[in-house]
Design a protein around this ligand. Structure first.
Ligand code: C2O
Length: 535
């Protein structure tokens, strides 16, 4: 194992897209940010020096950070932000994980431009459990706004206005030929006839789940969220913000130019967003003058495709990579996911859209929850987050028009060390039904079941997959349906749980688990680093 060091200078840079230049926050002046290449077993030190006018924090999305929440990154959850002019070294080990993950700013909406890939190579001499690709390529999907992202965030969150949609989707920061001034901003990868390529696809978009496809080429899914899967072949895939998907693509078509394309999956009637980012798969020797073929993507509102696609995902569950699915459950949690409306005197319409879990909109604390927990600071948070919704109702029936108000609080669930947790996330139709990609920090979990309609505790658990369910860190709760996840709480700390649609997070769709220390000396939270940013 090696120690890998990176320097991340947070700096503002003028970047031009769609024929306009604007200042954006970057890492090292690059957009998207640099890729981190590490190997399973490495220690990683990333010195983040903040030269921008915004406070900063960086999250290593999907890294488990065993006992080491200090390096996890979400602002006010595991650390106070890195102030302008200060720096902080994220110091962590990459243990028991290999595959594609990513990193992003975890404060305000700054991850719109502050994000990059993290590739964890398997241990030296350990091959992939699939044919060795000829070459690999990172496909980082994102969004681009003409305006200043922080202004747009404030409109969406503080004024209660529906937020501005992004002006483009991007592949490796580039919108591609369906947008103006694309000439310099089109991603292309060259392939050779007959060879197989590994694409490491990451959805770094702020607010959009995306369909992705390559014209005329099938993709074989081999890994999701840095966990190997049973390979299956598909023409299109679905990827939610936060998720990663590795696919093998064989260049087995007539030599030519083929578009790869990403377009949102939005199954609510608004906003209508069908902007398509494109990049090019270019066979060697084919001139740039040949116009590429577009792939067929599922219709933007095709929830049936989304549901069926997610159902196909299975852990590899081989001897070398077993799926250790918890069989018994110590703690049953049922969280109803809702969008509602609260009165808001300062808002344009007098109301503000909110989002809640079990009718609680999470209020961000003023100091980091992990420090408060570690040093026993009272009054920062409560650990009385309810295990069940306050009322039982027909969650996915007709929309409720009255009583959309939520309660507010910094309320967390306390989880006993090493207990097995089952969490059912139930979508609701308070305002509308919608798909929500939920991300848990500090853990992977098994997606043991999912269904449309209301979860039935008497019938649905009998249908769980406890053999080879997908293991991941971000899961879509289907539109008008539910998802059940299980994990073993063996990582002490304070771990954020939130919808990875940034708009919903901002509206309060988040909470955290306080996982208590275990009895062993190697089962406790590590002491905080000396340079942990002060509040
Ligand atoms: Cu990718 Cu809490 O985030």
């Amino acid at each position: 194992a090696a120690t890998k060091q990176y320097q991340f200078d947070i700096q503002v840079k003028n970047i031009s897209r769609l024929c306009h230049a604007k200042p954006i926050v970057t890492v090292n002046g690059r957009f998207p940010g640099p890729t981190i290449y590490v190997r399973e077993g490495d220690r990683v030190l990333v010195n983040v020096s903040n030269h921008a006018q915004y406070n900063m924090s960086i999250h290593w999305h999907g890294l488990k950070q065993f006992r080491n929440g200090w390096a996890d990154g979400p602002a006010y959850i595991t650390q106070c932000p890195i102030q302008t002019g200060s720096s902080y070294v994220y110091d962590f080990n990459v243990t028991g994980q290999r595959g594609t993950l990513w990193w992003h700013a975890h404060i305000l909406w700054l991850r719109a431009t502050v994000y990059g890939a993290m590739v964890i190579m398997p241990k030296q001499g350990t091959p992939f459990p699939f044919p060795q690709p000829h070459r690999e390529e990172i496909i980082l999907l994102g969004e681009w706004w003409h305006g200043d992202v922080e202004t747009i965030e404030k409109e969406g969150i503080n004024l209660g206005l529906p937020p501005n949609m992004s002006d483009a989707h991007t592949i490796n920061g580039k919108p591609g030929p369906l947008f103006p001034c694309y000439e310099k901003h089109t991603f292309a990868m060259e392939v050779e006839q007959g060879k197989t390529y590994l694409l490491r696809i990451i959805n770094g978009a702020l607010n959009d789940e995306l369909f992705f496809a390559i014209a005329n080429h099938n993709m074989t899914v081999v890994e999701i969220d840095a966990v190997y899967t049973k390979p299956f072949t598909t023409q299109a895939l679905l990827i939610a913000p936060g998720q990663t998907t590795n696919v093998l693509v064989k260049a087995n078509q007539m030599p030519g130019r083929y578009f790869m394309a990403a377009r949102p999956f939005i199954d609510i009637p608004f906003p209508e967003d069908n902007k398509t980012a494109t990049g090019i798969l270019q066979y060697k020797g084919i001139p740039n003058t040949v116009f590429p073929t577009l792939p067929t993507l599922p219709a933007p509102n095709n929830s049936a495709f989304a549901f069926a696609y997610n159902k196909k995902l299975r852990s590899l569950n081989s001897q070398k990579y077993p799926a250790n699915v918890p069989r018994k459950v110590d703690r049953n949690l049922f969280f109803a996911v809702g969008l509602g409306k609260n009165p808001c005197p300062t808002c344009v319409n007098g109301t503000q859209i909110t989002a809640s879990l079990n009718n609680i909109s999470f209020v961000m604390p003023k100091i980091g929850l992990l420090q408060a927990h570690y040093s026993n600071v009272k009054g920062v948070f409560r650990t009385d987050f309810p295990d069940k919704p306050p009322i039982v109702f027909n969650y996915t029936g007709a929309p409720l028009t009255a009583n959309l108000g939520t309660t507010q609080g910094t309320r967390l669930s306390k989880i006993a060390f090493n207990s097995t947790v089952e969490l059912v996330l139930q979508d609701t139709n308070l305002l509308t039904v919608e798909s929500h990609p939920f991300h848990l920090h500090g853990y992977n979990f098994f997606v043991v079941g999912t269904g449309i309609g209301n979860f039935d505790p008497a019938k649905d658990p009998a249908k769980y997959n406890l053999v080879d369910p997908p293991e991941r860190n971000t899961v879509g709760v289907p539109t008008g349906g539910w998802t059940a996840i299980r994990f073993q709480a063996n990582n002490p700390g304070v771990w954020f749980l939130h919808c990875h649609l940034e708009l919903h997070t901002g509206w309060g769709l988040k909470t955290a688990f306080v996982v208590e220390d275990g009895p062993g000396s190697d089962q406790t939270i590590l002491p905080p680093p000396k340079d942990l940013p002060p509040c």
